[in-house]
Design a protein around this ligand. Structure first.
Ligand code: MTE
Length: 332
């Protein structure tokens, strides 16, 4: 919706459906031209409470997931949240997962994602590269729950109880060499399974990256579950990243490869539209996106708009990572 009105996010959810239909007709041409993360309509009926039928159909976990017995896990109280947790049904029916389509109802198509067997390759500048099955990885880490705020670059937000383990623990398992400066993440690439990957104009597979200093910070979280269960496919099962002080496009889903490197990884959205989406992508209400303001955000599941916070409110944990970094575009 951001293509047609400068202040498109001010359209109330009650008007969103028409806009979505309009948008779907224009989406292909416009997204190609702008190379943009699209913002389509919120699940208005669901938010208004009239979407019970939909809520019942939306899977909130993966049926028969072999890790189900590991959940729920104990919540870590260190990470505070001031707003209410977003209802699971709302979160699970409003997603970005371009491998399965460029609209917000990808949850249906995402059920085609096959989450077992699932191997994760750890390679690059490490003592010894290895491949590990997700269920073996789960045996080597301690799971906990963290409730994190999630702020999408499209100016909507939610609060999610993720389960998982710190990225820093995965870094320790990987034993990187001293010369490694970045961690690069890669999602799966299988257009037979993921219909969205037939869209050849996207630079598949989805890739993301962080610096080693960021990776060793306490906040980055390797997510394996949500809402007390193995996470649903549309959340990026069986392994995704949560970086709560960065815009949501950094939170790469369905990770299959983790590479330690001395080269700054070029990311999926950077390749598509470097002017709009950068490597750092730290949340900052004062740095506008080229096409919309980042000053406020729409809280999914409510009619509220709230002020956006610098580093999405996580400055006490991460601001020091960026001290003295002059000349870097830290906020896009
Ligand atoms: N990871 C992959 N592999 N593919 C994607 O399309 N979208 C990103 C991110 N991770 C995306 C991805 C974007 S733009 C956002 S906002 C978040 O996932 C959305 O996560 P959610 O659907 O759980 O809210």
């Amino acid at each position: 919706m951001f293509y047609f009105r400068r202040k498109g996010w001010e359209v109330p959810d009650s008007q969103a459906t028409d806009e979505a239909i309009f948008m779907s007709r224009r989406r292909f041409a416009k997204s190609l031209a702008a190379g943009s993360i699209l913002a389509t309509a919120a699940p208005a009926a669901l938010i208004a409470g009239s979407g019970e039928a939909l809520a019942k159909r939306v899977p909130l976990t993966v049926e028969g997931d072999p890790s189900a017995d590991l959940y729920p896990v104990i919540r870590n109280p260190r990470y505070k949240f001031s707003r209410e947790i977003t209802p699971a049904e709302i979160n699970a029916s409003y997603n970005n997962f371009y491998e399965f389509g460029s609209h917000k109802s990808v949850w249906k198509a995402a059920q085609d994602l096959k989450t077992r067997p699932w191997m994760v390759k750890v390679d690059g500048m490490v003592e010894k590269p290895f491949d590990i099955a997700i269920d073996d990885l789960l045996k080597q880490v301690r799971l906990e729950e963290r409730v994190y705020r999630h702020r999408c670059v499209e100016a909507w937000s939610m609060v999610v109880p993720w389960s998982g383990f710190p990225l820093a623990d995965l870094v320790k398992l990987a034993k990187p060499l001293g010369k490694a400066k970045y961690v690069r993440f890669e999602s799966f690439h299988d257009s037979g399974m993921a219909s969205g990957q037939k869209a050849f104009w996207y630079p598949w597979p989805y890739t993301e990256g962080v610096t080693m200093a960021e990776a060793m910070n306490e906040l980055p979280f390797m997510v394996t579950g949500a809402y007390g269960q193995p996470m649903a496919k549309q959340f990026g099962a069986p392994l995704r990243l949560a970086l709560p002080w960065k815009y949501g496009f950094k939170h790469i889903k369905s990770i299959q490869r983790v590479t330690f490197t001395d080269q700054r990884p070029e990311t999926f959205w950077e390749k598509l539209a470097a002017r709009e989406y950068g490597f750092w992508a730290n949340v900052n209400p004062e740095v506008t996106h080229p096409r919309w303001s980042q000053a406020t955000e729409r809280v999914l599941g409510s009619q509220e708009r709230v002020p956006t916070q610098l580093y999405n409110g996580y400055g006490e944990f991460v601001a020091s990572l960026y001290e003295g970094m002059k000349g870097e575009a830290l906020f896009k």
